[in-house]
Design a binder for this molecule. Structure first.
Ligand code: ZN
Length: 379
């Protein structure tokens, strides 16, 4: 017997033999498929659209930051890979330059990234490629650098000249403790500790115009420690805005020390060290000018990293002891700070001295005949 209608999997067969599609099981299955597939298509489309948009906007930054981060943070074991990453960052640097970015723009860009890797790369890049950096310098600056004894700064601060050393000496197994950013009340505590062990050290001073600062400067001088120039204002942006601005601050610091103590300082520590994020476009000129005036500048090969706000007794102590341990030359210029807020340094200094005496080191103050340790070359 033939049925007029039949239920099938896909719908109801009508009397005329046609399958009723709408409202059938098949219809609902297709509806679900359509909704699910449609949702995927729309989501994927949106993701691609915004991805491309974001990528276009951030292409430059991403590539530069990525290559910088990979090169230091992931520390590829393969030396070639590290070299590749480094040269890729170099290419970014040079490409931005070729695209018409000024050196200032490039460096501003690099500084905006607080990535240690970027900063580390730039420092390394600058010392490894002085010729390329010179090519990036404004033309008149590059010419000045190659200049002779007389230059456009000769007429500035005619009193700011000292007699340079005729030769340098190197003493092995010697520690030069240096304290930057003082004087402050912490200086008094440090002087007492140094007295206790009969040690002479070096103070690269900042300083203010008040009578207490003058008194502290005198105290350091009377105890026979070496006083050097650091920076009176210690405002990196201002001090490194030009060679003229640097000389003005240097002259102010010199006068501050001289009028307080009668000492004529002949050594200097550049704020932030001789090569840093603030002076990279003019550091060559600054070094040339300071040296032309007879001053000797000192960086350091061991740092307590005590100017960091999260420095602790343990971190300072370890930084110095580990730094000395890995110091091949057996001679160390140690960076510490005696400015305001550096109480942790005070609590660490005595233990550092005891540990280093125990290791057989002698402590001395710098003078301008001690061969400098500078970032621009290694011993
Ligand atoms: Zn400083």
């Amino acid at each position: 017997m033939i049925q007029n209608t039949a239920e099938t999997e896909y719908g109801t067969k009508a009397e005329n033999g046609k399958i009723m599609y709408f409202g059938s099981v098949k219809f609902f299955k297709h509806l679900i498929y359509t909704v699910v597939i449609g949702w995927f298509v729309i989501a994927t489309g949106l993701a691609v659209f915004f991805g491309v948009k974001y990528s276009l906007e951030h292409k430059e930054n991403e590539a530069l930051i990525a290559s910088a981060n990979v090169s230091s943070e992931e520390k590829p074991s393969d030396g070639e890979e590290a070299e590749h990453e480094k040269s890729s960052l170099e290419q970014h640097y040079l490409r931005m330059s070729a695209q018409g970015y000024t050196p200032e723009d490039i460096l501003d860009f690099l500084e905006e990234n607080e990535s240690e890797a970027v900063s580390g790369f730039v420092d390394g890049y600058i010392s490894a490629n002085p010729d390329k950096i010179e090519a990036l310098l404004p033309k008149d600056a590059a010419e000045t650098e190659a200049g002779t004894n007389a230059n456009e700064y000769t007429g500035l601060y005619p009193e700011l000249y000292v007699t340079p050393p005729t030769e340098y000496t190197i003493k092995e197994k010697t520690i030069y403790l240096t304290f930057d950013d003082g004087p402050s009340e912490n200086t008094v505590d440090i002087l007492n500790i140094l007295d206790k062990y009969g040690i002479k050290a070096t103070f690269f001073m900042s300083g203010g115009d008040d009578e207490r600062t003058a008194e502290l400067i005198r105290m350091v001088a009377e105890k026979g420690h070496k006083i050097g120039i650091h920076s009176k204002s210690h405002e990196y942006n201002e001090v490194y805005s030009s060679v003229e601005a640097f000389l003005e601050d240097m002259s102010n610091t010199y006068n501050c020390i001289y009028s307080a103590s009668g000492v004529e300082p002949d050594i200097i520590r550049f704020p932030g060290g001789s090569i840093n994020n603030y002076n990279r476009l003019i550091y060559n000129q600054l070094i040339a000018e300071v040296t032309r005036r007879g001053f000797v500048y000192y960086d350091w090969n061991v740092s307590g990293q005590d100017a960091s706000n999260n420095a602790t007794w343990t971190s300072i102590y370890r930084n110095i002891l580990n730094g000395i341990e890995s110091n091949d030359t057996q001679r160390a210029i140690i960076l510490l700070h005696d400015g305001e807020g550096r109480e942790t340094t005070v609590t660490t200094v005595e233990d550092i001295i005891i540990a280093l005496i125990d290791k057989g080191y002698t402590f001395e103050a710098l003078d301008n005949t001690v061969r400098p340790i500078n970032f621009s070359y290694t011993e």
